[in-house]
Design a protein around this ligand. Sequence first.
Ligand SMILES: Nc1nc2c(ncn2[C@@H]2O[C@H](COP(=O)(O)OP(=O)(O)OP(=O)(O)O)[C@@H](O)[C@H]2O)c(=O)[nH]1
Ligand SMILES: [Mg+2]
Length: 305
Amino acid sequence: MALPPDVQKRKIRERLIGLEGRARINEIRKILAELPGYKNGDYRMMKKLLLEDVKKTKSRANIKYQDWLGVERQGHRQFCLVGAPSSGKSSLLAKLSGMNIKVAEYEFTTLKPIPAVIRLNGALIQIVDLPGLIEGATEDAGGGKRLIGIVKNTDGVLFMIDLISDYSRAEKVYEELKKAEIKKPIIFIGNKIDSPRAKNNAEKLRKKFNDLILISTITGEGIEELKGRIWKETKLIRVYTERTKEPMILEKESTIKDLVRTIHKDLLEEFKEAVINGKSAKFPEQKVGMAHVLEDEDRVRIITN
Ligand SMILES: Nc1nc2c(ncn2[C@@H]2O[C@H](COP(=O)(O)OP(=O)(O)OP(=O)(O)O)[C@@H](O)[C@H]2O)c(=O)[nH]1
Ligand SMILES: [Mg+2]
């Protein structure tokens, strides 16, 4: 027996109170299945509204879901920019990528992760600009839990320190990373070295943060050195062959066999020997076999049968 439409509507409203996302959609589906199959009048209207509700709930759920997904990985390696608000993370990403990224003097300019892919020595490196991390992030202050989740899965951290603001802020952010037990390699970057006030702080910070690189995203000072450090941290090597225009990007410790296989799997069968020049060669034009371990920037000629 169908209930009077008004009673039914009230019951539906009550059943949906406080339900969000998947749970709400499931409940609406149940209600739809229970409603009598009238094709017109009040019941038809009720069904229409319920189906619209499903659509709306789904799009809301998608937004939440994307937030939780974090950042889709792209390229050979991923690095995350971490640091206190206004330390210059977005400015650095803009400098490295040439992308137009929002930069401003106020804090929390960046509200969600912004990924960009840059080419470094022929490899594709994804750099993710994260919103500023603050004290208490591990307890979710400033949405910190989600940020730390992203940092836990990254390949390396670019830790931005503002050389002209109170550096205890950087220390607090670093404490948060330690609390979260981040085990990834960290490159410490002191930014804004162009400012006269920066020099003093830089000396003190050198003692606290290992191998601090001093840069300015404005003048470009230190940027090349930073790129070199990022490259080292990728643990990738580039190998030049006469068979490919671009360098081959391989994992560190790769052998001639890995290289040959990467160029083309059929090449393995035709392989006779390789002639190498570069860091891994004991002398120029050294002839080596499949097991030879390559180094960054080696040049290789492959001889086939
Ligand atoms: N003097 C100087 N100022 C800089 C440098 N890099 C960035 N700034 C300034 O610092 C401020 C903050 O820069 P952002 O790149 O927005 O900083 P952020 O770390 O992304 O900040 P949030 O997104 O709020 O966490 C801006 O006013 C920049 O112009 C630099 O190398 N030297
Ligand atoms: Mg920013």
